[in-house]
Design a protein around this ligand. Sequence first.
Ligand SMILES: Cc1cc2nc3c(=O)[nH]c(=O)nc-3n(C[C@H](O)[C@H](O)[C@H](O)COP(=O)(O)OP(=O)(O)OC[C@H]3O[C@@H](n4cnc5c(N)ncnc54)[C@H](O)[C@@H]3O)c2cc1C
Length: 437
Amino acid sequence: MPKKILIVGAGIAGIAGALALSRELTPFIPDLQITIFERHDILSTSGGAINLTPVAQRHLDQLGVLHELDKLGAEGGADVDAIELFSIRTARSLGNLDFTDNHGNGFSGYKGRRVMRIVLSLAMLTVVDRTRNVEIVYGKKLAHGQENAREATLFFSDGTSATGDLVLGCDGVHSATRTQWIDPSAPSEYTGISFLQTTLAASSISSPIHFRSTAMNISRHGSLLTSFCDRDGDQIFAAAIVQFDEHLLPHYKIEPGQDHRTQNVIKNTLREEMRDRFGKSAIPCIKEMTSLQSDWMLYPVYQVRPGARWHTGRAILLGDAAHAMPPRDESAAYALDDAILFSRILARYRHEPLSEVFKAYETIRRETVNNAFKASRRMWEKNKDMGLLEGRLKEWTLPFHIRNSKDAREAAWEFDATKINIPGPTESLCSFEKRSF
Ligand SMILES: Cc1cc2nc3c(=O)[nH]c(=O)nc-3n(C[C@H](O)[C@H](O)[C@H](O)COP(=O)(O)OP(=O)(O)OC[C@H]3O[C@@H](n4cnc5c(N)ncnc54)[C@H](O)[C@@H]3O)c2cc1C
């Protein structure tokens, strides 16, 4: 039974993994010790705002995080009843992705929420602080790992190391746990699409705001997400999802240590890019947003192709480290599902060798994640630059697509990782192989 668990990365998967493991294993292992190693010295404030689906909110609630978010008041995020879709060209509504049922209720009580990433991290850390057997150590960048029949060791770039019984690699899309240990043949790869994002004061926009809480504004030059990210509607998070050539990326990334002049050139170029793509919008507030002197930041989006190896004898990958996919507003939910499911399986299989735990987890999880990857990839293609006709076709067909996928979408939002039946070690896992969670 693993007593000393090492987690690489204090992102959503890493912290959720630690909290879920503590909850599931503490009753059986009183001297359980979980340590998270994070490469940053302090929490990163970058990354803008994130959308939490009903599934993500349910799982954050079960981990005690939602309560902490709510305690933060307006900063705890904007409620999202629906993502409204608009045509940038005509300003026409193209439909809604609803986070509520026909009576305006969330799915099993949960709607969507848009919250700044740093605020979500703070809420998660508050729960870590009061969890007795979880500790975070900052400034520990994993360089590589190694294991034998008795233990696993993490080696950090500052020359130190840590040894434990089990390692969870939760170090995101560019995971060193994956590339330097578990599966060096599975590098991250650029999707061809980047986010250009900024946060604006709502008071800086004089045109009427055309959305209730969140809108995805569609064009043939990419999509522009516009959303409040606080409950009072004071802040607007805007993110353009656009095709961007890989060879241009180094020229448009603002890095620490760059001189002022270079940074200004990059900021001006990205503003121009936004104006070229969305400046002629028929939606006045979008036109205005792109005309402001805002600083747009470039976030290239990377993925890990399905098929990567997920585990060795003592280490397993969770979250983006295992299966980063083009984000479609729910990748964070997959990281939370991973953390909760893995912890439940480990508790149930606690007397079994780790190889059996890992096998059970993969049997339940692999197909779901592969299907999610394919669905994300299909949606993602729609953000590539298009010709005139293709662009019109996209606008015309979108309302049908939204209606046709409604049932599947809403069924997925009822998913609860704490309720999935996990067959015991002696039961067959075969029946799970064909089910999708
Ligand atoms: C631009 C963009 C927008 C997105 N928007 C959404 C959204 O709206 N909704 C949604 O659900 N999902 C969204 N996603 C996806 C979501 O951010 C990820 O799926 C989620 O953050 C995955 O969590 P994670 O913990 O696996 O990885 P991460 O959040 O990437 O966390 C990894 C952690 O590991 C640390 N780390 C990395 N390397 C090392 C190392 N060598 N040693 C130690 N620590 C290390 C990192 O510093 C970080 O703290 C978006 C993704 C992108 C790129």
